[in-house]
Unconditional design. Structure first.
Length: 158
């Protein structure tokens, strides 16, 4: 009887870890897919953006468009990663249902999932680095002003 609470506690912990990991990964994937499909917004970057999105939105428009073109041209890589992630989700369900349950298998799957998301993020990161490197001194000055403007906390109107 004393083993039951420990098994339940372990299952709850694994489920919580899985939920948190999936939430973080979905946030990254949403950014990348959104950038590819919709392009950058015409307004200033929201304050809660991740670093790559925030830094990309502050670029001059033509550079944002170039990043988008580059990412769209690599659409097949993103599709392959998303397909692999769907497969991992199915594998995760199977591993969670196995008896006896082995947390090590969950860790392996989560590590594979992380590598897929990191590779998608690296595509966006590399595109951003290339665009920043190509900025003229004048464009860099505009970029700096945009970063400063977007870094200021927004005042809410009462």
């Amino acid at each position: 009887m004393t083993d039951k609470p420990n098994k339940t506690k372990g299952k709850v912990g694994v489920k919580a870890l899985l939920i948190v990991s999936l939430g973080i990964n979905l946030a990254v994937a949403s950014f990348v897919v959104g950038l590819i499909l919709r392009g950058p917004p015409e307004r200033a970057a929201p304050q809660n953006q991740d670093a790559i999105a925030f830094l990309s939105y502050a670029l001059p428009k033509e550079h944002r468009q170039e990043i988008r073109r580059e990412l769209v041209s690599r659409r097949e890589e993103f599709r392959a990663n998303r397909a692999a992630l769907r497969g991992l989700r199915i594998d995760m369900i199977k591993v969670l249902e196995e008896r006896p349950f082995e947390i090590e298998k969950v860790e392996v799957l989560l590590e594979r999932q992380r590598s897929y998301f990191l590779s998608m993020g690296e595509l966006a990161h590399d595109a951003l680095i290339r665009r920043i490197a190509e900025l003229t001194p004048e464009e860099r000055a505009v970029y700096i002003r945009s970063l400063r403007r977007d870094s200021q906390p927004r005042r809410q109107k009462n």
